[in-house]
Design a protein around this ligand. Structure first.
Ligand code: NAP
Length: 487
């Protein structure tokens, strides 16, 4: 069976490892970047790290005992993924620097045709789209932006050739990326202006390098690593509990966050400006002990007036003030709800995935879509986590997809396709689980234009593991094997 995987980030590598381990030898990964890594290839901004502890943000089958700190920096995670891909022999399956532009299902031949920008064409019996949710940078449309004479770049496309030292710099956005790089550049630039549209809830995280004695303990004492991983798992599940139950458990963590923020924000004016006006957990809770103190520096200014436009000299805010600048850094996030688009995905009977998702992206367990036989999405609709490790989800998805393809093989069938009524019911049930949770209480990138939450899983990691542990063949249709298809 030939399988094409689109994307060589954590998702694509997880899928390839699982398939190879179970005897699927004809696997090709197509990756748009010149190297594997996905998020961890692109996001090289100063201070880039994962705020999920590495004990958890790593594959269960490739645990390391030599992480340098609780939450590893980008380079360490990138190197880890390289090592895993190399050790498990999937790095050589990757075709880099080529973007998949279209995937098209041929009903008669019962196979996918995958076309790339370079003009390569792959025929495959199944496709795994592992392009993730967070890879297309958002740069806001601001009137006059094209006239600005200084430098601009997005946090995910950091311009390392541009020396920020001595410059007047603006950071637009205060999400998970900005809170990591703002403390790194504050004090290095001449003047930093942070443009905040919405404040965030914070919890403490110092993330210092582990002392050598602690590293030795983790490395040499059996069980410590596994215990820490289990502990982190429960800790993350508790954060999800706070989001799911904002009136009860959520209040407790909210109080913890508020106390921490009050303690960090001694200046009442700054505190007033930063204080979020929405329910704790609705947007991503940010872990940093360094961002709020950075805002209090004399060479940093928090601007909360809306951005009205840009001129050749800088940014103009709604109070009519011109902020003169040399550089604007967009910390404005990603088009999360666009998933794999603008890739053209055409399923059975010529159906366009855009049409299938016109009312909002949806997929059974985030992976399978009616009308799109033997197509699987990794980190697809409603599989993002606000309080867990996405690697858990990747592993569960890889395992589920492998089972799907094994069913196809065993039955000698041509393809597997989720039943429309099964997918519709699971989507209804999933959406109903958002009721009463903090996620529904504000706008965020988890929602599409119509306001439907399409990014996040509404429950706990353990529930997703449970739901995906064993594929139920009764939920799927199996296509007749076609004479032209070799399985
Ligand atoms: P983000 O969380 O979407 O934050 C974007 C920021 O830009 C928000 O503060 C947003 O304000 C602001 N913004 C957007 N458009 C704007 C405009 N037109 N004018 C002014 N402000 C604007 O993006 P991100 O920080 O890159 O993070 C994205 C996701 O990546 C995170 O939620 C997380 O899942 C992931 N991430 C994870 C880590 C990690 O350590 N695990 C680190 C970085 C990123 P509003 O809040 O008002 O929309």
């Amino acid at each position: 069976m030939r399988v094409v995987i689109v994307g060589a980030g954590f998702g694509g590598i997880a899928a390839a490892v699982e398939l190879r381990r179970h005897g699927f030898t004809d696997v090709t990964i197509v990756e748009k970047a010149p190297d594997l890594g996905g998020t961890w290839f692109h996001n090289t901004y100063p201070g880039s790290a994962c705020d999920v502890p590495s004990h958890l943000y790593s594959f269960s089958y490739a645990q390391r005992r030599d992480w340098s700190r609780l939450c590893s920096p980008q380079r360490e995670i990138f190197d880890y993924l390289h090592q895993v891909a190399g050790e498990l022999g999937v790095d050589r399956l990757i075709r880099t620097s080529d973007t998949v532009t279209a995937c098209s299902w041929d009903d008669a031949a019962c196979r996918w045709t995958v076309t790339t920008e370079r003009g390569d064409v792959y025929e495959s019996d199944a496709i795994v789209i592992a392009t993730g949710q967070l890879h297309k940078p958002v740069i806001p449309r601001i009137e006059g932006a094209e006239t600005f004479e200084g430098r601009t770049f997005h946090s995910a496309e950091w311009d390392h050739t541009y020396d920020l030292a001595g410059k007047r710099v603006a950071v637009v956005g205060t999400g998970a990326s900005a809170v990591q790089f703002v403390p790194e550049i504050a004090g290095k630039v001449q003047k930093l202006k942070v443009f905040q549209r919405t404040g965030n809830w914070f919890l403490p995280r110092k993330n210092r390098t582990y002392p050598p004695a602690f590293k030795a303990l983790v490395k040499w004492v059996p069980g410590i690593q596994a215990f820490r991983r289990k502990f982190m798992f429960q800790y993350c599940e508790a954060l999800t509990m706070a989001i799911r139950h904002p009136r009860t458990f959520g209040r407790l963590i909210h109080l913890r966050s508020a106390a921490f923020m009050r303690w960090q924000l001694r200046d009442p004016e700054l505190r007033r400006k930063v204080w979020p006006g929405y329910t704790f957990g609705c947007k991503r809770v940010l872990f940093s002990s360094y961002f709020l103190p950075a805002l209090a520096r004399p060479d940093v200014e928090l601007v909360t007036e809306a951005i009205d436009g840009m001129t050749p000299a800088g940014i103009v805010t709604s109070d009519g003030r011109l902020h003169e600048l040399d550089c604007v850094i967009w910390g404005t996030g990603f088009k999360g709800t666009e998933f794999m688009f603008p890739m053209e995905v055409t399923g059975a009977e010529g159906r366009d995935l855009r049409d299938a998702w016109a009312g909002g992206a949806h997929a059974h367990l985030g992976m399978t879509v009616p009308g799109f036989p033997s197509m699987f999405v990794m980190y697809g609709p409603n599989t993002n986590t606000s309080g867990g490790s996405i690697i858990f989800y990747h592993e569960a998805q890889a395992c589920y997809i492998r089972q799907a393809l094994q069913h196809v093989q065993r039955r000698g069938s041509g393809a597997i396709e989720v039943r429309a009524e099964v997918e519709a019911a699971s989507d209804r049930e999933l959406q109903s689980r958002f009721a009463g949770t903090a996620w529904t209480r504000c706008d965020s990138w988890y929602r599409d234009d119509a306001g439907r939450i399409v990014a996040n899983w509404p429950g706990y990691m353990r529930e997703y593991l449970e739901a995906t542990r064993e594929l139920d063949p009764a939920e799927y249709r199996f296509a007749e094997q076609q004479a032209t298809v070799a399985v």
